[in-house]
Design a protein around this ligand. Structure first.
Ligand SMILES: Cc1cc2nc3c(=O)[nH]c(=O)nc-3n(C[C@H](O)[C@H](O)[C@H](O)COP(=O)(O)OP(=O)(O)OC[C@H]3O[C@@H](n4cnc5c(N)ncnc54)[C@H](O)[C@@H]3O)c2cc1C
Length: 362
């Protein structure tokens, strides 16, 4: 008999499995494809909400906890696996001058460093930049993580310590007398004491059989990647809802679209063109830089972006950790710790009430 079944092997499922394993549980993770190949692969990896002062406090709480946890997590994964997830504190530059007051007040309230940057400093620190508002915001401590490598490292660190079942879709939850007892896959029943659903954009589909699934739906995001030289873009840079992320090797990502197109994970020529225009407006040198890749991923969209973390009402032994929308990387470590706290009866790291299935999300 398994102690705990984790359903879904994106970054949320992988980090949840890691937390539970470290707490001494016997863990099985079931993934319908390969681990870390869906939204968690497609994501840019900014370890912060995009305009953080616009986020609900419940998202800020998870992001702040995660920002503090990432350096130790990234170095532990690197030591355990030899794969460096490239946590890099480039800082987040926000070319936005209309919300300075709200942003600075938010920073003060949450202990987050935010500096106002004038045009002269912008010229000095980001010389290739196109648009130059008279005043911008810089959050110098914000980092990014290289998402495919983070998931690969997390998988590698788990593969010999948990039972990892890939290419196996969970078709049904098995519930007996108000208690979750396991799941059914194409290969048969898998029994467990407790189950945690980390199925990203597919979570509501999976929980439909229970009658009142959480309000999680796929929101497609497309992104393009430029093969640039290192040293041309220094900060994660946000302008008009689009952002640039410079990787250590010089590659530059530009994201992302927000599209309600169901489970279609296809890319479109229109989005590529639109992202390209945003990229060359932001950093004109990109006009002379080849596009190396273009992809799409399905974010697990939820109302106000507040994830669902906790126990499923009225079914003993069933938990969920899903619906992180645009902030699964930014909030992943805290979400994994919180759900493990709740499953294991430990003192929770943050107040769990805002993430409960029935909590108000508007
Ligand atoms: C273009 C883009 C840019 C983004 N940028 C950022 C960013 O900069 N910062 C940030 O914090 N977030 C970002 N995100 C959001 C982030 O990627 C997601 O919030 C996060 O990856 C969600 O992780 P997850 O594990 O819940 O979902 P996923 O990574 O999608 O994993 C869910 C897994 O569950 C599996 N699964 C589903 N159903 C079943 C089933 N029935 N049986 C077995 N397995 C199942 C799926 O195959 C999948 O592997 C971005 C997303 C996109 C698309």
């Amino acid at each position: 008999m398994n102690d705990i079944l984790v359903i879904g092997g994106g970054i949320i499922g992988l980090l949840t499995a890691r937390e539970l394993l470290h707490a001494g549980s016997t863990v099985t993770l079931i993934e319908m494809g390969e681990t870390g190949r869906e939204s968690s692969w497609a994501g840019g990896g900014i370890v912060s909400p995009l305009y953080p002062w616009r986020s609900p406090d419940s998202v800020t709480a998870l992001a702040t906890w995660s920002q503090r946890a990432y350096p130790a997590l990234a170095s532990a994964l690197r030591d355990e696996t030899g794969i460096d997830p490239e946590l890099t504190a480039n800082g987040l530059l926000i070319l936005e001058s209309e919300e300075l007051t709200e942003a600075l007040a938010w920073g003060e309230r949450h202990g987050q460093r935010i500096e106002v940057v004038d045009d002269a400093r912008l010229q000095e620190t980001e010389p290739e930049l196109g648009p130059r508002p008279p005043r911008s915001l810089l959050m110098p401590e914000i980092a990014q993580i290289r998402t495919p490598r983070l998931a690969k490292a997390a998988r590698r660190s788990l593969e010999k310590r948990i039972q990892l079942r890939e290419q196996e879709e969970v078709l049904e939850l098995l519930v007996e007398g108000g208690r979750a007892v396991g799941v059914r896959t194409a290969k048969g029943a898998v029994k467990a004491d407790r189950i945690v659903i980390c199925a990203g954009a597919w979570t509501a589909k999976l929980l439909e059989q229970l009658g009142s699934p959480p309000d999680i739906e796929p929101v497609r995001g497309q992104m393009i990647l430029f093969y640039a030289k290192p040293g041309l873009v220094h900060h994660i840079t946000l302008f008009n809802e689009r952002y640039i992320i410079p990787r250590r090797d010089g590659r530059v990502l530009l994201g992302s679209t927000l599209e309600h197109t169901g489970f279609a994970k296809t890319t479109t020529a229109e989005a590529k063109e639109e992202l390209y225009r945003a990229a060359i407006e932001l950093f004109p040198f990109l006009r002379r830089t080849p596009i190396e890749d273009h992809w799409a991923g399905l974010r697990p969209g939820s109302p106000s972006g507040i994830p669902y973390i906790g126990a499923y009402p009225d079914i003993e032994g069933l938990f969920f950790n899903a619906g992180h929308f645009r902030n699964g990387l930014a909030a992943g470590p805290a979400s994994a710790r919180l759900v493990a706290d709740l499953m294991l009866g430990r003192e929770p790291i943050v107040d769990p009430a805002p993430y409960a299935m029935n909590a108000e999300r508007s």
